[in-house]
Design a protein around this ligand. Structure first.
Ligand SMILES: *[C@@H]1O[C@H](CO)[C@@H](O)[C@H](O)[C@H]1NC(C)=O
Ligand SMILES: *[C@@H]1O[C@H](CO)[C@@H](O)[C@H](O)[C@H]1NC(C)=O
Ligand SMILES: *[C@@H]1O[C@H](CO)[C@@H](O)[C@H](O)[C@H]1NC(C)=O
Ligand SMILES: *[C@@H]1O[C@H](CO)[C@@H](O)[C@H](O)[C@H]1NC(C)=O
Ligand SMILES: *[C@@H]1O[C@H](CO)[C@@H](O)[C@H](O)[C@H]1NC(C)=O
Ligand SMILES: *[C@@H]1O[C@H](CO)[C@@H](O)[C@H](O)[C@H]1NC(C)=O
Ligand SMILES: *[C@@H]1O[C@H](CO)[C@@H](O)[C@H](O)[C@H]1NC(C)=O
Ligand SMILES: *[C@@H]1O[C@H](CO)[C@@H](O)[C@H](O)[C@H]1NC(C)=O
Length: 603
């Protein structure tokens, strides 16, 4: 998820554990009257009662026993003070009252996942001992404002993500010198990223993704953020250049700037980011792909590199460019850049690659046979390029796909990100657990026959070879692709029959051989009874039980219900037609689901 922070969990949990350990036997002491008053007035101002707390007319009793309240004894006084208040996900409604700030021993306040609305009282950010404040997933609006000047806060972990906050005051971070983790993603923040962030010298995690932030990053001095490990500013409207001072963040592991309007080149100084493992600048307006690759190849820990939708129309640097490559890469996305040139030879150095997406460029030349030697590669998308020649049979040697090696998923959640399909803007389609094994060479100029060896790629979920110039028969060996869900061979010059053995592919939910030169009978068993007739259209020589090669439903074959459609006698009354309509809608629904589940991932 966007706001996952592994970084401050240690500190958060140590505070919690410490607080719990220090709780004393109940009934010996009672909570401080001042704390009880603050808690009562907080609860009385809410729109809903807090389950297990006494009502407004009864605020006596030991508030340390109220659900969600944690206390600790201080000094020699017989007095317990409230140190934690955890009312996350309790369905609380109403405004967030500033009187909570009177709990001057409070260290942890978690009101996440409620329906609190209205302003975020600045006083909460400046409570003398508060270290953890989680107000995420509420309905707060207005601004993240300033507290009283000079009131230094102890806040280390501040999470206001998934609210409706619209502004952030420029100087707000000057009063938060101890901040280690700040999450404000998925609000409605506009304006620029406050330069005062540079004063949070202990900051490790910053997430302001999915807002409407604009302006440049030039006002931030990243040289002062030496502890920064993760920076998420994706899905905003930031413009201008990448600040070279970012290269001083030597601890930086995750940099996500996807979907902004950033321009210029990746600064050569970025080669100093030796801890960098995840780098996504997809969907910006960067230029200079050669310079970007030159700098980033020096980041020896880089495991995920996404440059998709930038560098429009540039030349993919080839062998002469002197790029050595990326030995640690697990995922590489350079899609939708309209790049000229061919498949880059430096890719050969990335032998640990699991996912490769170079779709939607203008790469010419051949599919390199050495890709078959990549032991971990399980998702290849080279679709919509200008690749020619034959499909190399060596691809059958891909160990993660042919079962010789386990298919080890590239996990996105470990970087605290989701992986979006770049051409689906709605954001629903994302992967954080499972990226399906697939081979997509569609939309090129590949010729020759489909190598029968491809039938060895037993782990494949998706095989798309459509929109090429392939000829010859459909190899019967494809029946060995036992995990296959989607097979698209449409719009080629394939001839001969559809191998009857394909009915063995019991997981196949989407099948398309339309617009080829196939002939003979369409198999009728197994999944084949569920495919729409459009799957077979444009093959005048095809005949079948349900469909023919024109894409039409077969009428006139005596053994099939289709004749009854044409007959329309009074034998088939209302129940028949209701059943018919129900059946058709069910089929359509299944098709819609199938389509949705097979929309391709591109990075
Ligand atoms: C007030 O609460 C206390 C303990 O929470 C309880 O013992 C007492 O009976 C309550 N009084 C009233 C009037 O509800
Ligand atoms: C607040 O509570 C929610 C729900 O229990 C939890 O997921 C979240 O991690 C908590 N926040 C902090 C900072 O511990
Ligand atoms: C959040 O606030 C908005 C605008 O004030 C309102 O339309 C919406 O219903 C609120 N949502 C909840 C869950 O309270
Ligand atoms: C982006 O923020 C909006 C609210 O502003 C939220 O509804 C949406 O789910 C967020 N998107 C993601 C991907 O988190
Ligand atoms: C940025 O911060 C560094 C380290 O504190 C300092 O040396 C440098 O002068 C600052 N740069 C600017 C432009 O303020
Ligand atoms: C991106 O910036 C350019 C100028 O650098 C501007 O013309 C363009 O409208 C911006 N695009 C968006 C989507 O903001
Ligand atoms: C890229 O981002 C712009 C907004 O900056 C958006 O309109 C466009 O659809 C995005 N393109 C892709 C391919 O994601
Ligand atoms: C196969 O690739 C073509 C061209 O890239 C695309 O239009 C089609 O939707 C893909 N087929 C499936 C089933 O995803």
């Amino acid at each position: 998820m966007l706001r996952v922070s592994e970084l401050s969990l240690v500190s958060v949990s140590s505070v919690l554990i410490f607080s719990v350990m220090c709780q004393l036997p109940r009934g010996v002491w009672s909570c401080a009257p001042a704390d009880r008053t603050a808690l009562s007035s907080f609860s009385n101002n809410l729109g809903t009662a807090i389950h297990g707390w006494p009502g407004a007319e009864n605020s006596s009793g030991d508030c340390c026993r109220w659900p969600g309240v944690g206390c600790r004894q201080f000094g020699a006084h017989d007095e317990l003070r409230v140190v934690t208040l955890d009312l996350a996900g309790r369905g609380l409604t109403g405004a967030l009252p500033s009187m909570l700030a009177r709990l001057d021993r409070l260290r942890v306040l978690n009101l996440s996942g409620n329906y609190l609305h209205g302003d975020l009282p600045p006083a909460l950010l400046h409570m003398p001992r508060l270290q953890v404040l989680d107000l995420s997933h509420n309905n707060l609006t207005g601004e993240i404002g300033l507290g009283e000047p000079g009131a230094d806060s102890s806040l280390a972990h501040l999470d206001v993500s998934f609210n409706g906050l619209s502004r952030i005051r420029a100087g707000v971070f000057l009063g938060l010198p101890r901040l280690r983790s700040f999450s404000a993603d998925s609000n409605l923040l506009s304006g620029s990223v406050p330069g005062s962030l540079s004063s949070c010298s202990e900051l490790e995690y910053l997430n302001m993704a999915n807002n409407s932030l604009h302006g440049t990053l030039a006002g931030l001095n990243f040289s002062r953020l030496t502890m920064l490990r993760a920076l998420h500013l994706d899905w905003n409207r930031l413009s201008g250049r990448l600040p070279p001072s970012l290269s001083d963040c030597r601890e930086l592991r995750v940099l996500n700037l996807r979907r902004n309007n950033l321009t210029g080149e990746v600064p050569p100084a970025f080669r100093r980011l030796q801890a960098l493992t995840f780098f996504n600048i997809g969907n910006n307006s960067f230029t200079g792909i050669t310079r970007a690759l030159e700098a980033l190849q020096e980041c020896r820990a880089l495991a995920v590199l996404i440059l998709t939708t930038n560098f429009h129309g540039e030349e993919m640097p080839g062998g002469a460019a002197g790029i050595r490559g990326f030995p640690s890469l697990r995922l590489l996305g350079i899609a939708n850049c309209a790049l000229r040139g061919g498949m880059p030879p430096w890719l050969r150095a990335s032998a640990r690659l699991g996912v490769l997406d170079m779709s939607w460029n203008r790469l010419a030349g051949e599919v390199p046979p050495w890709l078959g030697g990549f032991a971990s590669l399980y998702r290849i998308d080279l679709s919509n390029n200008e690749l020619a020649g034959e499909i190399p049979p060596a691809l059958a040697q891909l160990r993660s796909l042919n079962g010789d090696a386990p298919c080890e998923q590239v996990s996105m959640s470990r970087y605290g990100v989701r992986l979006y399909n770049w051409h689906v803007e709605r954001g629903e389609l994302w992967y954080d657990h499972y990226i399906p094994p697939s081979l997509d060479l569609s939309g090129n100029s590949l010729a020759g026959a489909i190598p029968p060896e491809l039938g060895e790629l037993r782990a494949l979920n998706i095989l798309n070879l459509s929109w090429n110039a392939l000829s010859g028969p459909i190899p019967a060996t494809l029946a060995g692709l036992s995990a296959l869900q989607t097979l698209d061979l449409s719009n080629n010059g394939l001839a001969g029959e559809i191998p009857a053995a394909l009915v063995e592919l019991t997981f196949m939910s989407s099948f398309d051989v339309s617009h080829n030169r196939l002939s003979g009978r369409i198999p009728a068993a197994g999944q084949f009874s569920t495919f729409p007739c459009s799957s077979f259209a444009g093959n005048p020589g095809l005949r079948g039980k349900y469909c023919d090669g024109s894409g039409g439903v077969v009428v006139g074959e005596p053994e099939h219900d289709g004749t009854l459609l044409a007959g329309g006698s009074e034998m088939f009354g209302l129940p028949f037609w209701i059943g018919m309509i129900f059946g058709l809608s069910a089929t359509m629904l299944v098709n819609v689901l199938v389509l949705e589940s097979t929309i391709r991932l591109s990075i």
